[in-house]
Design a protein around this ligand. Structure first.
Ligand code: PMP
Length: 758
């Protein structure tokens, strides 16, 4: 997520300086976006728990602004700290902080479209639900009073009682409030957009249609509810910050009897459960509550990074043993943005260049061997570069080439195989990637239902299409990653916090009043491949809610499909989705991995000219989609997974790895958490993935240091011959026999034994 200020600096600089930094970075964001010029406007942020706020100085160039230039005042606008003269509007800011505990940041700018409405004295009625949800019932004009006077302060104090977050000052720009700095900037941009739309609508001379009053009230109640919740959380976070007591880590004995960490069997794999015997990778479903308790305890702790001396040794490995990788990836920086093409590529201290992959191992260009727990991000349950599939694919390519643009028998064979293994997929359409397939599924859901809203779970990843870069990675962050994506593209996307069925129901209810929800899309094992695992019964409950509200249920099985078992997560949980997204395993690690399967009537949206009428279909395409290479690769890889029982074998390797890691964690009394869903293994050491906007201060304070620790852990593992996904996740494969896992555990122990605080 984009950050509004540097958290790790903030920790050391104290609360005044943290708020000052926030103000500086808001100024920068506003300058970058063209909302502030030189000395126009002013910005402030509350200093938590101090009856104070930090505010920009008077008549000072925003481009030059540094933290030391920011003034700190109390709620009577008296100076507490700083050398410059505070903004002339400090009284107005002070009035807001004194009266509105829900407000933690204020932006006052002279933006043109809202200012134009000030000139014609036109308040903005409720036009869009997003507007009401974030800005309030309406955007009122605050009567004219000269800048910096007590008249203006009084008028502002009277108006902000409404609970709204945006106001137009007659002849004087806008005043926008937010629960945090990001929200204040967002609200300011939203106000300008709404003002522009309203001006344009007024200019047509036609009647301007407004949000109906009952819907406006629901949306406004939501705004107040959210803000009250946020204010409470901020208060709790402040209290926690003032008394930095460590949250105790539950002792191993406190972990409930049905612990997700079975001890390693004396020899060979842990005993298979019924699920594994039935072809699924999960031997015992994690005790989700116990996992969250340990994760919460982990994020309540100080960091336990690798000791500096050991880390220096690990970093030295890269310098001395990975010279050719460094040379290549340095050069790549001149030709490739950031020097690497892939989000999963490890960049710290620099990326490795890989030359050879086979089974459980990778070799870099310097000849170093690694145990490969990245497995390309999940598609290779058979292990990397599995020869029997490669040979079959080569035969097909030798005969038809990789692509002809015409039908090939393997398209049919793959569709039949998917249908047999996941009967919910009555029809199957092959595409180029998971991202594309999510786009297609949403389009089909909207076409079929005639509704427009889509609800996702916060933190989940469903590819990078415009509409899905919303609440990405960190729950509750809405559009924070949506650089370059217009508001309209995410206008009908909504997110709910993970595992929050009550909130999902509320969203479905709200959407019902606004035309209805086309689809709810979930990663059935939980957001980010189970980083926030779902309780076992969650998916069935989501299914019930979808049925109640007439929404389609989309399972994004890009990761879980075939890896969790040949029947996917839907087979394991026994829940039938309307549509399923495929990626990764659908081609066994070969290119163009994507597809949508599902109900015949919904999938019919993709057929050309439904009922003879073109124009009714949901348009999708792709020159290389469903090419012979991808279809044959998928068909042979999945068939081979079925023949060898690969998902279960990979799951047993995941169990053994998790059990071993948990044992190390116990023996060294570390606060870290290891758990797995079959062959998807999580090892949380920094807890960064568990931060969210329910705890905004913690997020602001801790995101960067925790991210950095995760990066260092990843580098430490690599230097010890272990490739992981982002230093916290591992995919196991059929190639991970006992010997490989035991070797890996020895290497993990070396790293984990070198962390601080032991
Ligand atoms: N959904 C999920 C659950 C994923 O994990 C991913 C990729 N990691 C995608 C969608 C996007 O797939 P692709 O990278 O093929 O576009």
């Amino acid at each position: 997520m984009r950050r509004s200020f540097s958290a790790d600096e903030g920790i050391h600089m104290g609360q005044y300086d943290t708020s000052r930094e926030q103000v500086v970075s808001v100024c920068r964001a506003l300058l970058e976006r063209g909302y502030l010029k030189a000395t126009e406007g002013n910005v402030s942020a509350r200093v938590p728990g101090q009856g104070a706020f930090a505010i920009t100085p008077s008549n000072y160039d925003y481009a030059k602004m540094k933290s030391g230039d920011i003034c700190v005042l109390d709620h009577d606008a008296k100076r507490l700290d700083g050398t410059r003269k505070a903004s002339i509007e400090a009284g107005m800011h002070a009035a807001v902080y004194a009266q509105r505990p829900d407000v933690n940041a204020i932006v006052h700018t002279h933006q043109p479209y809202a200012s134009a409405l000030a000139l014609v004295r036109q308040p903005i009625p409720a036009l869009f639900d997003e507007q009401v949800r974030f800005l309030g019932r309406s955007v009122e004009i605050i009567d004219y009073a000269p800048s910096g006077t007590s008249f203006l302060k009084k008028r502002v104090a009277a108006r902000i009682k409404s609970g709204d977050n945006a106001f137009i000052l007659a002849n004087h720009g806008v005043l926008v409030l937010g629960g945090d700095t990001e929200r204040a900037v967002f609200n300011m941009a939203l106000l300008e957009k709404v003002a522009l739309d309203y001006l344009l609508a007024l200019m047509t001379g036609d009647k301007v249609s407004k949000v109906p009053a009952p819907i406006r009230e629901i949306a406004f109640a939501k705004l107040r509810g959210d803000e009250k919740k946020l204010a409470k959380q901020l208060a709790a976070a402040r209290a926690a910050a003032e008394a930095p007591e460590e949250v105790p880590v539950p002792e191993a004995e406190e972990v409930p009897a049905e612990s997700p960490f079975p001890p390693p069997a004396a020899s060979g794999f842990a005993t298979s459960s019924g699920a594994q015997l039935a072809g699924y990778a999960i031997s015992a479903y994690p005790d989700v509550e116990a996992v969250y308790a340990r994760l919460e305890a982990l994020v309540g702790q100080h960091l336990h990074p690798v000791k500096r001396a050991a880390m220096d040794d690990y970093l030295d490995y890269f310098e001395t043993k990975c010279a050719r990788s460094k040379e290549l990836t340095d050069e790549a920086r001149d030709f490739i943005p950031g020097g690497v093409q892939h989000n999963l590529a490890f960049n710290y201290p620099f990326p490795l260049a890989i030359e050879k992959a086979e089974g459980a191992h990778l070799w870099d260009v310097d000849g170093n061997r690694y145990i490969d727990f990245l497995q390309a991000g999940g598609p290779t349950v058979l292990g990397s570069n599995y020869a029997p599939v490669r040979e079959k694919v080569a035969e097909v390519v030798a005969s038809s080439g990789p692509v002809t643009g015409l039908f090939h028998e393997y398209e049919l064979k793959l569709a039949q195989l998917v249908n047999r293994l996941m009967p919910s997929c009555e029809l199957f359409r092959m595409l180029g990637s998971g991202t594309e397939s999510v786009m297609a599924a949403i389009r089909a859901a909207r076409t079929h239902t005639g509704k427009k809203w889509v609800i996702k779970i916060g933190g989940a990843y469903h590819g990078w299409s415009d509409q899905m870069v919303y609440g990405l990675h960190v729950p509750g962050t809405w559009r924070f990653e949506a650089r370059g994506i217009p508001f309209g593209a995410t206008a009908h996307t909504r997110e709910v916090f993970p595992n929050d069925l009550a909130s999902l129901r509320r969203k479905l209810q709200q959407n019902k009043l606004l035309g209805g929800t086309a689809a709810v899309i979930v990663e059935p094992i939980g957001p980010e491949s189970g980083t926030r695992p779902v309780p076992f019964g969650f998916n069935a409950k989501v299914r019930e809610l979808c049925d109640e509200f007439g929404a389609l249920l989309i399972f994004d099985e890009v990761v879980s499909g075939f890896r969790l078992g040949l029947g996917g997560a839907q087979g394991y949980f026994g829940v039938r989705p309307d549509l399923t997204i495929f990626g990764k395993c659908i081609t066994g690690g070969y290119p163009m991995a994507g597809g949508v399967g599902g109900r015949r009537d919904v999938m019919a949206s993709f057929a050309s000219g439904i009922g003879g009428k073109s124009g009714e279909r949901a348009y999708i395409g792709g020159t290389l989609s469903a090419n012979p290479l991808s279809c044959a690769a998928g068909y042979f890889a999945i068939s081979e997974m079925e023949r060898t029982n690969a998902p279960v074998l990979a799951g047993m390797a995941g169990d053994r790895l998790t059990a071993g890691l948990s044992d190390i964690i116990r023996r060294y009394r570390l606060p870290f958490v290891a758990y797995n869903q079959g062959s998807i293994v999580h090892l949380e050491t920094s807890g960064v993935m568990l931060l969210d906007l329910k705890h905004p201060l913690r997020l602001a304070r801790e995101l960067k240091p925790r991210q950095h620790m995760m990066e260092e852990m990843g580098a430490a593992y690599t230097a010890n011959g272990l490739i992981t996904l982002a230093g916290s996740r591992m995919y196991t494969s059929m190639a991970d026999n006992d010997e490989v896992i035991d070797d890996a555990l020895e290497r993990f122990e070396r790293v984990l034994a070198s962390v601080e605080g032991l």
